[in-house]
Design a protein around this ligand. Structure first.
Ligand code: CTP
Length: 216
């Protein structure tokens, strides 16, 4: 891709909330900062940006078309509606892998006995895009790993048919959830691996966009 300017870029960011009952949900520690930093950098580079964002306190520029969603299913539906009109799809959201199979209509009351909540898998947005993306679209996934990082990331890249995958390690101090800094390794489908230093998320966003431009 010769440049970002004029391209239409779709980015997912943040966590998802999977309802248990009207007052409780399952989620994770994602803040949305990394995905929103990519959205801002893409905008600054002249792209037209759509941000599909789970619950996050982080604001974004008004020039970014932001679609706020709650659950993995909401995010899936919004991505599928938007994806066809975009050139680059960057999936940085920390989507919940499981959701309660049944959502209680009323608040679950405390009892003396133990409570078991049955979970079912959520739709995998990245894998679905891997199956349906056009040859002219570029698909970028994220991988968050705590062990066997490179092998797991390579496996995800292949399984979900991405062009690039950005590996975040939770083993690096100052990297990952909630921090303003991050340390990433970017792998591509031709087995090229680029490693980067710990940087601000804005700088990491620039590295990710530069790698997207350089990818052939
Ligand atoms: N992802 C997605 N939809 C899901 C789960 C994950 O689109 N239901 C995307 C994430 O946005 C990310 C990538 O898949 O780009 C990898 O997410 P990650 O949680 O690291 O991997 P999983 O496939 O969920 O595998 P595991 O949790 O077993 O490591």
């Amino acid at each position: 891709m010769p440049e970002i300017k004029g391209k239409k870029i779709l980015i997912t960011a943040g966590p998802t909330h999977e309802a248990i009952d009207p007052v409780r949900f399952i989620s994770n520690h994602s803040s949305g900062k990394m995905g929103i930093a990519i959205a801002e950098e893409a905008l600054a580079s002249g792209a037209e940006v759509t941000l599909i964002c789970g619950p996050s306190n982080v604001s974004s520029s008004k020039e970014i078309k932001r679609i706020n969603v709650q659950s993995a299913q909401n995010m899936f539906d919004a991505v599928m509606t938007e994806q066809a009109t975009h050139d680059v799809l960057i999936l940085s959201a920390a989507v919940a892998d499981y959701r309660p199979k049944f959502v209680a209509e009323n608040k679950i009351k405390k009892k003396d006995s133990k409570l078991t909540i049955e979970l079912e898998p959520t739709p995998d947005i990245l894998a679905s895009l891997g199956e349906r993306k056009r040859a002219d679209q570029l698909l970028v996934g994220f991988a968050l790993e705590t062990d066997n990082e490179l092998d797991n990331a390579k496996g995800k890249l292949k399984k979900k048919d991405c062009d690039l995958i950005v590996l975040n390690s939770l083993q690096d101090a100052g990297a990952g959830f909630g921090h303003d800094t991050n340390k990433v390794t970017i792998l591509d489908r031709h087995n090229n691996i680029s490693t980067f230093e710990l940087k601000t998320k804005a700088e990491v966003a620039k590295d990710i966009l530069r790698t997207i431009i350089a990818f052939k």
